[in-house]
Ligand binder design. Structure first.
Ligand code: PMP
Length: 413
């Protein structure tokens, strides 16, 4: 699908092998239109936004605010005042942790996260815990990497103030039933943040239909540039949250005695924003909307099922996350470990680093390690995994290359 739009995919690795890029969960490659829109802005429009009366500043401001409107449309939000530009998912979650807790939490209050969270959705809350003495409650997962919904329901009590969970696990590929999680939270009058870092690139998102209170995602995982991300938040929460950082743009008036803050979303956007990255992000989202998120989802679903089937045929293969009857809950992220050929039940799995390094020599880029999810690694009883993650441009031929590559590595041990 549209491979020719991504110049990097033409690259040959180690002068021999064409690149098979299967590390899209870490970051996606950029289509030409994104890079061109950004260089065009630097060459033709560049000026600081919001503060200038001159032509270029107004043109740059129009582009930046136009990008906010594109983001609004892409995630189906009602108003641009609910779209805050951040540096990425990590900053979006930290913003909520810091500002929501100041406005709505006190010592002994509780936040619910899950056992499959990325560190950004764990450590942000631990910082609040250290500062205010809140409690972090954890939704357990089943052995096949799905949330235990009954246990989730049992975690709510009168001290629960927020739920913060991932939409798609960056390790297990599990697509969590966010609609159900949101409904349950709302039945308890508790707002909920959805970490959309791994879902936004793969499926249509509509925050209004979902009815989540906060939604976070990263530009660079969504075919856009690095250094920009989004926090969507319902106005009713954002209005009452204090600013995240102080500085230019987030104020209305400043004096040494009394400072007043700007309206939404600027209250949360101190300092010069990355207005060129916002243009790149908007271009990426337009690119995705032109292809159609439903088409992307369909293509990647086919790839994922194909990959899981092919990989399961490999002797000694263990795939983490939902498979079998729940395989349809498995998104385009596949973590695996594999034993050497002729292994007995006691033979250890090939170390993920060895597997990743040797696949790399074959021109196949996968990720290895704990994937910023150490508590999940402990739950799975491993130190790390090898992870292949797909994007819109990947093909079945590349999955065949991965399968052959895994078999070749296997035969070396
Ligand atoms: N949450 C999830 C589920 C992720 O996969 C990632 C990135 N691996 C993040 C949060 C953090 O994203 P970023 O580094 O772009 O802020």
């Amino acid at each position: 699908m549209n491979r020719q739009d991504f110049p990097i995919l033409e690259k040959t690795i180690y002068k021999k092998y064409p690149l098979v890029y299967l590390d899209n969960g870490a970051t996606t490659q950029k289509p030409r239109c994104v890079v061109e829109a950004m260089s065009h802005e630097y060459y033709n429009v560049n000026a600081n936004v919001h503060r200038g009366v001159h032509f270029l500043s107004q043109a740059a401001t129009d582009l930046h605010e136009g990008s906010r409107e594109t983001v609004r449309k892409f995630i189906g939000a009602e108003k641009t005042s609910e779209i805050i530009f951040t540096r990425g998912t990590t900053e979006s979650i930290n913003l909520v942790a810091s500002c929501f807790s100041q406005a709505f939490m006190k010592e002994g209050d509780e936040v619910i996260v899950s056992h499959m969270e990325h560190h950004s959705n764990i450590v942000s809350w631990q910082l609040v815990q250290a500062r205010m003495g809140i409690k972090i409650r954890v939704i357990p997962i089943t052995d096949d990497g799905r949330l235990d919904i009954e246990a989730y329901k049992a975690l709510f009590n009168e001290r629960t103030r927020l739920v913060s969970v991932t939409h798609v696990s960056n390790v297990l590929g599990t697509i969590n039933p966010v609609k159900q999680l949101i409904d349950i939270a709302h039945q308890h009058d508790v707002p909920i943040l959805i970490d959309g870092a791994q879902s936004t690139p793969h499926m249509a998102i509509n925050v209004k239909d979902m009815d989540c209170d906060f939604f976070a995602f990263s530009g660079h995982k969504t075919y856009g540039p690095t250094g920009i991300g989004v926090l969507y938040g319902k106005e009713k929460w954002l209005e009452h949250m204090p600013p995240y950082m102080g500085g230019g743009d987030m104020i209305k008036t400043v004096s040494f005695e009394h400072t007043t803050f700007n309206v939404l979303p600027y209250k949360f956007e101190a300092g010069t924003p990355d207005y060129v990255a916002s243009t790149g992000l908007a271009k990426a989202l337009e690119y995705l909307m032109n292809i159609g998120m439903d088409n992307i989802e369909k293509h990647e679903r086919e790839l994922t099922l194909y990959a899981i089937n092919k990989m399961q045929e490999i002797e000694g293969m263990h795939i983490f996350g939902p498979i079998g009857e729940h395989v349809h809950e498995h998104d385009a992220v596949i973590s695996f470990e594999v034993k050497p050929l002729g292994a007995t039940p006691h033979t250890p799995y090939i170390h993920h680093l060895d597997m990743g390094t040797l696949l790399d020599r074959l021109g196949i880029a996968v990720r290895t390690g704990h994937h910023c999810a150490e508590p999940l690694m402990r739950r799975l009883g491993v130190e790390g995994t090898c992870r292949a993650s797909f994007g819109l441009y990947n093909t079945k031929e590349e999955i065949d290359t991965l399968v052959q590559g895994i078999k070749r590595v296997q035969s070396m041990f």
